[in-house]
Design a protein around this ligand. Structure first.
Ligand SMILES: [Zn+2]
Ligand SMILES: [Zn+2]
Length: 172
């Protein structure tokens, strides 16, 4: 998809590495002549957006809509897109999302049964794999721990993301 047409961003959680880039697609939309941008996230996302969209006066130049889906794990919709979700196991509250039963993305999380269960059957399960084997990784995943949990899951492959360089103790 052409980045200029991204009008809505859905966040898995509010850690810096997952929100710091939000002004960039918003500015791209503005420069392309659009005047709206939507962020959907968790509780507290309004404060995050208030801080981020001060940059370049984006909050004044764009109509930025911020939406918090209801608490809990019930499905919700964005326009006509049905989104299932499962809570993640991380140092900040977050969700794994599944779109139209095809694509599942977990954000930051330890490998857990609810996350694994939601990914089951997805055409494209995307899962973080932050740290290598042999390291402590609370709130994150390692290859072996992820593989063990997904052993009985009906997916052909898992797309790994969020691969950190590793040179010391694991941090959240
Ligand atoms: Zn995180
Ligand atoms: Zn992260």
């Amino acid at each position: 998809m052409d980045y200029r047409y991204v009008d809505t961003v859905l966040l898995t959680h509010t850690h810096l590495d997952h929100v710091a880039d939000l002004p960039t697609p918003a500015k791209a939309r503005l420069l392309d002549g659009h005047d709206t941008f939507t962020v959907i996230g968790l509780q507290g996302i309004q404060n995050v957006c208030d801080a981020l969209f001060v940059v370049d006066d984006l909050a004044e130049r764009l109509t930025i809509s911020v939406r918090e889906p209801p608490a809990g794990a019930d499905p919700f919709t964005i326009d006509d897109l049905e989104i299932e979700r499962a809570p993640t196991d991380h140092s900040k509250p977050g969700y794994e999302y599944q779109f139209d039963e095809q694509v599942t993305t977990a954000g930051d999380t330890a490998p857990t049964e609810p996350v694994c269960s939601l990914a089951n059957g997805s055409d494209v399960p995307v899962h973080e794999c932050t740290y290598p084997d042999g390291t402590e990784a609370p709130g994150h995943s390692t290859p072996t721990a992820l593989g063990e949990l997904f052993t009985d899951v009906d997916v052909d492959r898992i797309l790994l993301t969020h691969l950190f360089p590793r040179d010391g103790t694991a941090r959240r």
